[in-house]
Design a protein around this ligand. Structure first.
Ligand code: SAH
Length: 458
């Protein structure tokens, strides 16, 4: 059996639904929402649905048990959802003899029509069907697609719908397809999806008036700590749509695989003291590419606004008048804490958490040591691996207990993550004797003691 997917106009079709159970109720709701004429034969309906039916101009409920003589009236489509399969069969035969289309919910293999699962972003509808093979698979696919289709696709659909007549009048038929291709590949859709409606509409107007669609834009995007599953939906969407990508060392290569094959990719990484491109150079590259009309993605590990110099990069973009977006990412502290079972705050251990950078400049590390010594505070140190001996010593010198627990989370959230736990007294020697690899995040405080019990990734 082959299926033919068609989309019917809701307000132009009439249905009979026989039965009032859960499945019937779902179909009734769908039909009311579509504005179809629907006549329901069921002994009972839940109060809330009764209310909906009475408010819908085209819906009527006949409170009765169905029998084999049921009159289908003018209905073209019949949904059979009673729990009596003999009755369903008899009604199916009768309806077909009267030239009506039948959908039986208890026996899907011979149905004349089926209800697909629908992702509703009206006017955009995405329907999923496994031709009755597996409702569970249909549901699963629908859930996955739901996650990839932000609600704002409805606004995008409406805006495009509102432009259609104007474009029809303005452009000859042979130019329309090219116009829409330019429009859909411009920044308008992305502006709608990030809810910047005014900018979307003014750019759209400019395109309708014949402006070049190639206005550049930049995205400063956090790629999270490593595990690609920790990307945000928006990050993924922008990674897939960028024309040119500048990424640094901390971005997992598996995330780079999401970049479009047509896009240019540049490594502007900074392995310690080995800047592939100096920071000033990166800022200028971003500005230049955007000025060439490209969609420029600056992809950074973790969150771009946490020890990521994100602020500096967008300052230059702002100064050059280039529109940009900033997309947060999961910062290393959150990723490493979660994936090592070390809560950063905990009512029995720490009421505050402090993120500091242990980056050593000229061998010195000028942290406000006194402020870091606090019994109910967790300390998270980014970029601190080489500074561990100095950091531990300074903390002890300023009064932190020598047996304060410390964890080094190596390659946090990645498959080869390792968690090294010790005390601030012993960690320097441990680091000297074990070759730890970057990136490594340091967590200091009594919350580290929870790792033994809460570590869920063995
Ligand atoms: N913007 C980033 C931090 C950049 S600073 C963020 O929000 O996470 C770089 C430092 O972050 C590294 O030296 C290391 O201390 C830490 N880091 C980043 N990713 C890490 C990971 N997967 N595991 C452990 N530490 C990480």
């Amino acid at each position: 059996m082959m299926n033919l997917p068609l989309v019917l106009r809701g307000d132009n079709t009439s249905f009979v639904v026989v039965g009032g159970g859960n499945i019937a109720q779902r179909k009734i709701r769908t039909l009311i929402a579509a504005g179809s004429t629907v006549s329901i034969i069921a002994p009972e309906l839940p109060a809330e649905l009764q209310q909906q039916v009475s408010e819908a101009a085209q819906a009527t409920w006949h409170q009765a048990m169905a029998d084999q003589q049921l009159d289908f009236g003018n209905a073209e489509y019949v949904v059979l959802a009673t729990d009596n399969s003999e009755l369903n069969q008899a009604l199916a035969d009768k309806a077909r003899a009267e030239n009506r289309k039948v959908c039986r919910v208890d026996q899907t293999s011979s149905n004349d029509f089926i209800f697909p699962a629908v992702i509703d972003r009206s006017p955009v509808l995405v329907s999923v069907s496994t031709s009755g093979a597996s409702p569970a698979l249909t549901r699963y696919l629908k859930e996955r697609l739901e996650a990839f289709l932000p609600l704002e696709y409805a606004d995008l659909g409406k805006l495009m719908q509102s432009l259609r007549d104007r474009i029809k009048q303005k452009l000859p038929a042979r130019e329309r397809a090219a116009f829409w291709r330019r429009w859909i590949h411009s920044n308008v859709p992305e502006l709608i999806l990030s809810r910047q409606h005014e900018r979307a509409e003014s750019l759209s107007e400019a395109l309708v008036d014949g402006a070049d669609s190639a206005a550049g834009e930049a995205y400063l995007v956090g790629a999270g700590p490593g595990d690609p599953d920790l990307l945000t939906f928006r990050a993924l969407r922008l990674i897939q749509s960028a024309d040119v990508v500048y990424y640094d060392r901390l971005v997992n290569p598996r995330i780079l695989e999401f970049i479009s094959p047509d896009a240019e990719k540049f490594y502007v990484g900074k392995a310690k003291s080995d800047h592939a491109v100096p920071q000033d150079g990166i800022n200028q590259l971003l500005v230049q590419s955007a000025q060439e009309g490209k969609r420029v993605l600056r992809l950074k590990g973790g969150d771009p606004f946490i020890f990521g110099r994100g602020g500096e990069e967008i300052e230059e973009l702002a100064a050059a008048g280039i529109p940009f977006q900033v997309v947060p990412g999961i910062t290393a502290a959150s990723g490493c804490a979660a994936y090592s079972g070390i809560p950063l705050t905990h009512r029995d251990h720490a009421q505050s958490v402090r993120f500091v950078t242990g980056h050593l400049k000229d061998g010195s590390c000028n942290l406000p040591w006194n402020e870091l010594i606090h019994p109910h505070q967790t300390l998270v140190i980014y970029m601190g691996l080489t500074g561990i001996p100095l950091i531990c010593q300074q903390l002890m010198d300023h009064g932190m207990a020598a047996d304060t627990p410390i964890a080094l989370v190596e390659k946090g959230t990645l498959p080869d993550q390792k968690v090294h736990v010790s005390t601030i007294r012993d960690m320097p020697e441990y680091v000297a004797n074990n070759s730890l690899q970057a990136p490594t995040l340091t967590i200091i405080g009594s919350v580290v003691s929870l790792h033994d019990r809460l570590n869920w990734r063995q």
